[in-house]
Design a protein around this ligand. Structure first.
Ligand SMILES: C[S@@+](CC[C@H](N)C(=O)[O-])C[C@H]1O[C@@H](n2cnc3c(N)ncnc32)[C@H](O)[C@@H]1O
Length: 238
């Protein structure tokens, strides 16, 4: 897939602020067919260093609540000022399991490479996240996973970079479909795979981020063939 929108961003700025597989390419593919437009309020959940928040504000003109746990609001505010988007992106330091927002506040929630950290139980969507989204609002998620659940029989190349425990949050499309199908507050529209998997990982592994350096041995040994980038599209029930 081509990424004409991502191609407009400064490569060094992107590389310096990646925290995993290229978040800009992921969000570009995830949002390609979404109706996002000025006037909408979007929750970017687990936004990390805010690359995707910048993309959403710039490409769609939406107002973004850039929410993250590990990265402070002050650090992200400074980045949003640097790119001249601090009036449209509000940096928030919060835990996804205790979000400080009003019910039915958001037109959409987008979450890139983060949902598997906090959303892999049966209660998170219905109790913590869905209430904050307006009826018929958009839920669009993308995160790494496995093509098939292989926890019981992990290929040895995974252990060159990670422990079995590190990979506990990785699951298959089928596993995620099953989880989201249990939610009463959302309608699951589609669980699929992003086509940008290979290049998103290549962009990440080419950075000098210490976590990328850690990830290289497994990926160079071929672990990537068991992995994918999962996309989830859903709608808040009215
Ligand atoms: C691998 S990073 C990805 C960041 C960013 N979305 C990107 O793709 O560049 C995962 C992010 O999930 C966030 N995260 C993990 N657990 C969280 C939680 N309980 N509440 C909010 N954010 C969380 C972390 O703060 C981190 O920035």
């Amino acid at each position: 897939m081509q990424h004409p929108k991502t191609a407009k961003y400064d490569k060094q700025f992107v590389s310096d602020n990646l925290m995993g597989p290229n978040a800009l390419k992921m969000v570009e593919e995830l949002t390609a067919n979404l109706d996002l437009h000025p006037g909408m309020r979007v929750l970017d959940l687990g936004c990390g260093k805010g690359l995707t928040s910048i993309f959403l504000a710039k490409e769609f003109g939406v107002q973004v609540f850039a929410t993250d746990l590990w990265i402070t609001a002050t650090e992200n505010y400074s980045r949003f000022k640097q790119v001249g988007l601090d009036s449209r992106i509000i940096p928030i330091h919060a835990d996804a399991t205790a979000l400080p927002y009003a019910d039915e506040y958001f037109d959409a929630v987008i979450s890139i490479d983060a949902y598997y950290y906090f959303g892999k139980n049966e209660t998170f969507m219905d109790e913590k996240l869905a209430p904050l989204i307006k009826p018929n609002g958009i839920i669009a998620l993308a995160f790494p996973g496995f093509k098939k659940d292989i926890h019981a029989n992990l290929p040895p190349e995974f252990l060159l970079s990670w422990t079995a425990e590190d990979l506990e949050t990785f699951h298959s499309c089928e596993w995620w479909s099953n989880l989201f199908s249990k939610s009463k507050k959302i309608r699951l529209d589609k669980v699929g795979e992003l086509s940008c998997h290979g290049e998103c990982w290549a962009d990440w592994l080419a950075t000098d981020n210490p976590y990328a350096v850690r990830d290289r041995p497994s990926m160079e040994a071929g672990a990537g063939k068991y992995m994918n980038l999962i996309s989830v599209m859903a709608t808040k029930r009215s």
